[in-house]
Design a protein around this ligand. Sequence first.
Ligand code: HSE
Length: 307
Amino acid sequence: MEEIKVFCPATIANVSCGFDVLGLALDAVGDDMIVRKISKKGIFISKITGQDLPLETSKNVSGVAGLALLEKSNYDGGFEIEIDKKIKPGSGIGSSAASSAGAVWAMNELLGKPFSNMELVQFAMQGEKLASDVAHADNVAPALYGGFTLVRSYEPLDIIPLPTPEELFATVIHPQIEVKTSDSRKILKTNITLEKGIKQWGNLGGLVAGLFQSDYDLIGRSLQDHIVEPIRSILIPAFDDIKLNATKAGALGSGISGSGPSIFALSKGEATAKKVAESMHKTYQSIGIPFDIHISKVNTQGVKRLS
Ligand code: HSE
């Protein structure tokens, strides 16, 4: 195989109680990417459509992630990349992760799969480092593994794939304002109280148990963030109203998607996810900020081959 076209999924990181450790992949939103083998050594980004992003390898997350893979590989040639970018940078649904994960996944396929998913996460994390100054894995891990993933540890890296309850749907509203992950990390406090820690790890354990047991009520009760959401939500217009109305529409729970400004809600069943989308639409209509709304099943496959 000399060339591959892949779908690179958008992702929801943190999922309320799992700052930097929990994430899930989406099915309905993502970028397309073509990667082809070339004889010249290196990574060359020849085309980006959809968004205005740098083609220069060292300034593009897919370039940097690809270089990390090339460095560990004994392949003599290089890769050319074309990206059709549908996820806006700074949207909070893993734009940089989609490009980083998609690039390394595609390269691994073209090379005959010499690397494990965990190694691919490590390469893709270099793209995240370029985008946000921090090599967090909570977007790239679900993008590569599919479904929900838990980063149990960063050093050494330990990714735990979690089960996805069959009827779980996500609704995501993306207000068209840009919030840079690097900026929204700077406003966070570096210390937390023991009281908040107890609440947070109680909910994280509850959410993981809820996923294993397909216990939708438990998932809903656990979608709480006592540490990051109270600080970051001030950057997101009508955040409290969106949450309140999503709950009224039947959502299990909701929170900030990644570092925002997108807000996600999880629901049992597509019909409820659609009602939640309507409530988000109504809430945002009067605000005057353009927005997109996505309804998606959880993508249990991660990056996938299109052709
Ligand atoms: N865990 C990261 C953050 C995700 O919240 O900063 C960024 O998408």
